[in-house]
Design a protein around this ligand. Structure first.
Ligand SMILES: Nc1ncnc2c1ncn2[C@@H]1O[C@H](COP(=O)(O)OP(=O)(O)O)[C@@H](O)[C@H]1O
Ligand SMILES: [Mg+2]
Length: 332
């Protein structure tokens, strides 16, 4: 059911170029299967910053638009002002409901909080009976705050049942995303949510992306710097593919993030990402490392690879982070 011809173009700000969606066939298939079957629990997708969660979920919404039986809405919980940017949906009735509801800012956060009202009002316009309902709330926890992670997720869990009992829906899938270690850890403590991991693009996807961006850098080199993280690749393109300049920029960012951490402890993690979970947890909170959940994965899990900084249980979100930290600690 994945329609490869779907015209889904992504505008790359800073380069002034439109590109096509690359790779992620497996991820889409998996998400469409989940949407078709429904899931009794909300699913939370956790992955490195810039790995492509938002892009994938917008693409999913667009794919579902072509199928009559699905009603899907994507909400960017972090969008402050622009309603058109904050949502993507399959039905114009959904758009009508949303515009009638949200006049207050920040729009994304308010929409995320109004999801049950949106569905209730939508049901008054078009019956949800027999429909496959998919609701995506992107970056929700950053918008509503760590204190509300459990309450919000549990409310959605309870709404799965509510939608079945009161609206006779066919299936329900709630998808939430986060790049933050703290909210992910909070979710792991609860039984009413399934936490899935998503990783950067595989090498094949990176190649496709690099080709579209006309990268003058050899794929192997690009892979060793970015590990297939599309945002990192785009960032490098914005830096005119000047690897030294981009590395300096990353170095500045990372240096201020790790100032309070003992360089000896960082050194052990540079050598082996699995060697110190206590510091790795700190680095996860700062968006530099990530704990790998190999049990529930959307797409492919990354294989352990010392050169890329990927271990069995922990990984550097981008190989370049490990490289710049190696440089910083060796100069101390
Ligand atoms: N599958 C893809 N094909 C093409 N470009 C992509 C893809 N996934 C991500 N990108 C690009 O990388 C950038 C970062 O992805 P995004 O979806 O915002 O990541 P995340 O939501 O995980 O932080 C996007 O703005 C988009 O330009
Ligand atoms: Mg995102």
């Amino acid at each position: 059911m994945i329609d490869q011809s779907t015209n889904f173009k992504i505008y790359i700000e800073g380069i002034g170029k439109w590109i096509s969606f690359v790779d992620r066939e497996r991820e889409l298939k998996q998400l469409i299967n989940l949407a078709t079957r429904g899931n009794p629990f909300p699913i939370a997708i956790y992955g490195p910053e810039g790995c492509g969660k938002t892009t994938l979920l917008k693409y999913l919404t667009k794919q579902l638009k072509q199928h009559e039986n699905y009603i899907a809405i994507y909400i960017d919980a972090l969008e402050q002002q622009d309603l058109a940017k904050a949502i993507a949906c399959t039905h114009h009735e959904l758009w009508e409901v949303v515009t009638s509801l949200v006049a207050i800012t920040p729009v994304g956060e308010n929409l995320a909080k109004s999801i049950t009202t949106i569905l209730r009002k939508l049901h008054e316009k078009i019956s949800l009976k027999g429909k496959k309902v998919v609701v995506v709330v992107d970056d929700v926890y950053k918008a509503i705050g760590l204190n509300n992670v459990a309450r919000y997720t549990k409310m959605l869990y309870e709404w799965v049942n509510y939608l079945h009992t009161n609206f006779n829906v066919s299936t329900v899938l709630f998808i939430l995303t986060t790049s933050e270690g703290e909210s992910k850890r909070e979710l792991y403590r609860h039984t009413y949510v399934h936490v899935y991991m998503m990783w950067n693009l595989p090498k094949k996807g990176l190649e496709e992306l690099a080709k579209q961006l006309e990268a003058p850098i050899d794929i192997e080199a690009l892979w060793k710097l970015t590990g297939g993280n599309p945002r990192a690749v785009i960032d490098l393109a914005i830096h005119n593919w000047d690897v030294d300049n981009w590395t300096k920029y990353i170095e500045r960012k990372v240096t201020s993030t790790i100032r309070d951490i003992d360089p000896r402890e960082l050194k052990t993690l540079v050598e082996d990402p699995d060697s110190n979970w206590r510091i790795a947890t700190k680095l996860e909170e700062r968006g530099l490392m990530m704990e790998l959940n190999r049990a529930l994965v959307i797409g492919e899990e990354p294989n352990p690879n010392p050169e890329l900084g990927i271990g069995r249980e922990w990984a550097w979100q981008l190989p370049i982070y490990r490289q710049v930290i190696e440089k910083i600690v060796s100069s101390k």
